[in-house]
Design a protein around this ligand. Structure first.
Ligand code: PRX
Length: 634
């Protein structure tokens, strides 16, 4: 229990009227109830707020931990809750999605209209042979059809695997192959800063190397000519005009524990891993966290400015707002196009009430000064949020003062692809400290511990751990259950704790301050990238024999990538080659993964077993102590 009067540091207390109108008025009370009876807590929420075709026998089955199961025996489909059930309520004619494209075009979908499109596309997918349990890769920009595609997959019980539109050929190819997708859904292009990202062209290149894809569905967005392969490729609008596109397509009845989707994310070593989420627990967890943390009300216009290609978009653009019957806003393009006030103009134009974005975006917009936001009426905003990386107190305060008029609490939400939903987060009723995600969501037991699992002293750095299961947790790594156990549950196996891979501190009030990754994951502008994938892109260039990459702190992007390359004989480390290697990584992985600098070296620090010691490279790059070098080979 926090004694609010004596809290340490810079504290922002919620206004009484914010607490008064919030869904949850006392964090302590709800957290205590959840802690006392976790299964009872979630069982009650699940029963009261969602429709199930058939109820569960057991809320939480932990008999085969860490392969936890939730709502065991229940029948459900998240689409029944996100769309079908709203056809019988006032939500039917409410806006589900308000969209503005980068060129300025706009569209609104009511729940009825969205359902109509989803039903039609679901039956199109069925006609292409997609069945329950199949995988479908989706590679698109931030447009309504992306949402429709995800929802249509879920409706027929197929698992979608979204690949972020900023990724490129090799990243797409690897993810298509690993998932053994039958169908790829893409678009001719995506608008970004007035330019076209040639999605279909990249997809064609990726498919030259990928075998299993039988059909490609292409949405017309940017309108330039693209190469369509006869027999394999179809235009979305052609398929949607056929009689097979049935607006009354039935929703597949699923087990609560049946897979909903996979989403690739970078891990400690090797290839990206496919995180698997399920229909029942994910639905309950994402919708409840959104409702409580962002206090979603009927009249809100919710804007999660993330990309649907990442977990934030899956959970908080696509699924949970629809399950809650809320209105979401989606914007296609860059925040600074054509001017640095595009976002602020959108808030005023659409009357956005809640904005949820990443610290990197806030820092980027902050650079342009206050005059850009100040020319727009931002008074519709009542809550703000951030996610993806630690927010520096300076950016937090700017966001609070300039965008939030000192009246909007900021929900700094810590979570991961794996967790499915917010884990460490304030609620509107919780006192805030700039830079801290505060405490665990009700029922989530988080702690900071040392090597042996002993709780770290106040303000001491340690491992962040999660001590209890939660409904939206990942169930496994698709196709690699051993790695699931190894990666997340082996470090504190005895205690049965989940290891997120972050380091953190806990202050004297029990507030958590996340510091950053302890593994080989680099967060660039909030995007999660794995060193292994970038290194293998570098090594795929003929000049490179070996490569290592590290993240170096950067004021704007959080981290930037620094690469070290050992060249093959006959190649010289010139500026020209550095440029070429950066472009090569951009082509293979995507622009986001391009190293900021490439240094040519004769050798790399390695352990005796040949593992590159990136920690040593990083310490050298930052001029810090190199630490324990006893395992260094040479
Ligand atoms: O390091 C943490 C950081 O992002 C990681 C998870 O990345 P990803 O799976 O891509 O999901 C991002 C969006 C949910 C975490 O391990 N992270 C996320 N949110 C925060 C954060 N670090 C500090 N503060 C946050 N609010």
């Amino acid at each position: 229990m926090v004694d609010e009067k004596s809290m340490a540091g810079d504290v922002y207390f919620p206004a009484p009227e914010v607490i008064e109108s919030a869904h949850i008025k006392s964090f302590e009370e709800v957290h205590a109830a959840a802690t006392a009876d976790l299964a009872g807590f979630w069982g009650k929420i699940a029963a009261e707020n969602f429709e199930w075709y058939q109820p569960w026998e057991t809320v939480l089955d932990d008999s085969n931990a860490p392969f936890y199961k939730w709502f065991v025996g229940a029948k459900v489909n998240i689409i029944h809750n996100a769309l079908d059930r709203h056809m019988h309520t006032a939500a039917r004619n409410k806006a589900a999605l308000i969209f503005e494209g980068e060129p300025g075009d706009g569209r609104v979908y009511t729940y009825q209209q969205l359902n109509h499109e989803v039903c039609k596309f679901a039956s199109v997918l069925r006609s292409l042979g997609v069945r329950k349990g199949d995988r479908v890769t989706i590679y698109m920009g931030r447009i309504p059809e992306l949402m429709i595609a995800l929802l249509a997959c879920a409706k027929i019980g197929a698992m979608h695997s979204v690949v972020y539109g900023g990724f490129s050929t090799e990243a797409l190819h690897g993810r298509i192959e690993d998932s053994e997708s039958k169908v790829l859904i893409t678009a001719d292009g995506a608008w970004l800063r007035g330019n076209i990202i040639p999605l279909k062209q990249i997809a064609n290149e990726a498919l030259e190397r990928a075998g299993a894809v039988q059909s490609v569905v292409c949405i017309k967005r940017t309108g330039q000519d693209v190469e369509m392969v006869p027999g394999r490729d179809h235009w979305y609008h052609d398929l949607m005009a056929l009689p097979i596109a049935d607006p009354n397509a039935p929703t597949e009845v699923m087990d609560a524990e049946d897979p909903l989707f996979i989403l690739y994310t970078s891990g400690t070593t090797g290839k990206p891993k496919a995180i698997l989420h399920t229909h029942g627990g994910y639905m309950v967890g994402t919708a409840t966290t959104l409702k409580w943390v962002f206090d979603i009300k009927d009249k809100d216009i919710w804007w999660c400015a993330a990309d649907p290609g990442w977990i934030t978009g899956h959970s908080y653009i696509v699924y949970s707002p629809l399950v809650l019957g809320a209105t979401s806003f989606m914007y296609e393009g860059a925040p600074t196009h054509p001017y640095p006030d595009r976002w602020w103009s959108l808030i005023a134009k659409y009357g956005i009430t809640i904005l949820y974005t990443a610290p990197t975006a806030i820092r980027g917009l902050m650079r342009f000064g206050e005059s850009w936001p100040s020319r727009h009426d931002l008074s519709s905003l009542r809550l703000l949020g951030t996610v993806g990386e630690p927010i520096n107190p300076e950016a937090w305060k700017w966001y609070h003062r300039v965008i939030g008029r000192e009246q909007c609490p900021i929900m700094d939400t810590w979570w991961q692809t794996e967790t499915g939903n917010f884990m460490i987060t304030p609620l509107p009723c919780v006192p805030l400290k700039p830079g801290s995600a505060t405490r665990g969501f009700p029922g989530v037991q988080v702690d900071v511990v040392d090597e042996d699992g002993v709780p770290a002293a106040a303000n001491e750095e340690g491992y962040l751990v999660i001590k209890t299961p939660w409904p939206a947790m990942l169930r496994t790594i698709f196709g690699d259950p051993d790695r699931y156990v190894q990666q997340y549950w082996s470090r504190f196996e005895e205690q049965g704790w989940y290891l997120p891979g972050d380091s953190a501190k806990k202050d004297e009030d029990g507030y958590i301050w996340v510091i950053g990754r302890i593994d080989d994951v680099i967060k660039v502008s909030g995007y999660r990238l794995g060193t292994a994938e970038i290194e293998s892109a570098l090594v795929s260039h003929e000049a490179v024999a070996e490569a290592a990459v590290i993240g170096v702190p950067d004021e704007l992007k959080g981290n930037i990538i620094k690469a070290y390359c050992i060249l093959r004989q006959g190649f010289d480390g010139s500026d020209k080659l550095e440029k070429e290697l950066r472009a090569h990584v951009g082509h293979e992985m995507g622009p986001i993964a391009k190293p900021a600098t490439v240094e040519f070296v004769d050798n790399l620090p390695k352990t005796r077993s040949g593992k590159i010691m990136r920690r040593v490279l990083k310490a050298r790059a930052l001029g810090q102590d190199e630490g324990d070098l006893s395992t260094l080979a040479d």
